[in-house]
Design a protein around this ligand. Structure first.
Ligand code: NDP
Length: 445
């Protein structure tokens, strides 16, 4: 790493003790930024990096609610409003027991660069709670969401901060959150949340957008080597929103997705995952992958194993951070892997990224490859602002244009800085320069 940046990095790490995921995200970005500071010493003089690493605002709050047995439960809520140089803070809410400040900050930090890469006027933020919606009744989830919004509402707004979904937050949760916001404020402010239902301000393609976008980005990478998804053998991790839609899109382009997972195990389905059945089990019945395996019949279900033991030519990690380590990456490379498109945020450890890059594979980092979700959220905001709703075809066309544009921005930035094919460098520099220029223009704030 560039010596000038090392000192800044050390200060950032020391000021934010115990936040391992945030440290990892910061270090990864800093490793790319040396050449930018050679060209732009003004960024160093204006302390852009020090400011970027310090969120503009961090909100932590108590979320009290009552479970179905009448017992009081207490969770912790977070919203980190990281950077508003390009627009209102924008980023999802995650409800998962692993959530703490370090996770929210890593996600918020990544979001700054991702949102910049989309070319849309959105800043970076992220939030969530250590609440676990799994195994909770609809009534419990509703009471939790209402309590969460009873604090959050005062910090958000269509011109301030616009949350959306992430792990554990889908259409159901966004509905309860929006209802409570509307009730407290007495305003039908559609643009305050994205991922809404289609009849009350949502956008077509938003549910599919992250998974579809990941596949579109990966297809663009494959094209640079004269290839495509057609005929690829694909492994996807996760079986939630991003994973299911990545599977659907990859198969629509001629690939066979032979495996996917949840946090309990994975399924190997050599004929290709049956997306209709998977949606029914996971989205309608809120069941587990094991249920899919039982209903599908004739497929292998491996309890507790790693989906990365299954050979593939394309890997799409779509579950969670640090789910794919260096050993798994080496195994995949030995099995004939050609490309990785990250649907999740930071799913590959730093060791895994190094293995992929050393092997000369196509590697699309999450902040570029999974930006289709937030980009389509920005399209939802556009539709809300103009009181309009677009067709599926038009919205998908816009998503495709945006993903092709992000791919082009990453690839051309990597070329410009003398490292063709290095999408990590291209995404980090491409996103950073845009935000840094805006921060310089807006003065010391
Ligand atoms: P969902 O809650 O819909 O699905 C998450 C999936 O990942 C589930 O299959 C879940 O399994 C699995 N998973 C979650 N945590 C773990 C864990 N600790 N270990 C193993 N498996 C785990 O979330 P999304 O699909 O929305 O999000 C997936 C990833 O994509 C996240 O990294 C998210 O930040 C990222 N992302 C999401 C966007 C969106 O629009 N939703 C936008 C951009 C990025 P189980 O059910 O067993 O918990």
């Amino acid at each position: 790493m560039d010596a000038r940046l090392e000192a800044i990095r050390d200060t950032v790490l020391a000021r934010n003790p115990g936040e391992a995921e945030f440290h990892q995200a910061v270090v990864e970005v800093f490793e790319s930024l040396g050449p930018v500071h050679d060209r732009h010493p003004e960024f160093l003089e204006a302390a852009i990096l020090e400011r970027l690493c310090e969120p503009e605002r961090q909100i932590i709050f108590r979320v009290p609610w009552t479970d179905d047995a009448g017992r009081v439960q207490i969770n912790r809520g977070f919203r980190v409003e990281f950077n508003s140089a390009l627009g209102p803070y924008k980023g999802g809410l995650r409800f998962h027991p692993s959530v703490y400040l370090g996770i929210v900050k890593f996600l918020g930090f990544e979001q700054i660069f991702k949102n910049a890469l989309t070319g849309m006027p959105i800043g970076g933020g992220k939030g969530g709670s250590d609440f676990d919606p799994r195994g909770r009744s609809d009534a419990e989830v509703m009471r939790f969401c209402q309590s969460f919004m009873t604090e959050l509402y005062r910090h958000i707004g269509e011109y301030t901060d616009v949350p959306a979904g992430d792990i554990g937050v889908g259409g159901r949760e966004i509905g309860y959150l929006f209802g409570q916001y509307k009730r407290i404020t007495n305003r039908y402010e559609s643009g305050v949340l994205t991922g809404k239902g289609i009849s009350w301000g949502g956008s077509l393609v938003r549910p599919e957008a992250t998974g579809f976008g990941t596949v579109i980005f990966t297809q663009e990478m494959l094209k640079t080597r004269g290839s495509s998804f057609d005929g690829q053998r694909v492994v996807v991790s996760g079986s939630g929103n991003v994973a299911i839609n990545a599977i659907a899109k990859a198969q629509s382009l001629g690939a066979t997705v032979v495996a996917c997972s949840d946090s309990s195990g994975y399924v190997v389905d050599e004929a290709g995952i049956d997306v209709g059945l998977l949606r029914e089990v996971k989205e309608v019945e809120r069941g587990r992958l094991k249920d899919y395996a039982e209903r599908r019949g004739g497929v292998a279900y491996v309890e507790g194993g790693s989906v990365w033991d299954v050979d593939a030519t394309v890997a799409l990690p779509c579950a969670t951070q640090n789910e794919l380590d260096g050993d798994a990456a080496a195994r995949l490379v030995r099995g004939g892997l050609l490309a990785v498109g990250e649907g999740a945020n930071m799913p590959s450890t730093r060791d895994a990224v190094a293995v992929f890059q050393d092997a000369g594979l196509l590697f699309g980092p999450g902040k570029a490859a999974n930006a289709g979700g937030v980009a389509t959220s920005a399209l939802e905001m556009q539709q809300n602002a103009s009181r309009d709703s677009w067709s599926f075809e038009h919205t998908e066309e816009r998503l495709t244009e945006i993903m092709v544009g992000i791919h082009h921005r990453c690839a051309s930035t990597a070329d410009e800085y003398g490292q063709p094919g290095n999408y990590v460098l291209g995404a980090n520099i491409g996103g950073f320069v845009k935000v840094a220029d805006a921060m310089l223009a807006q003065g010391l704030i």
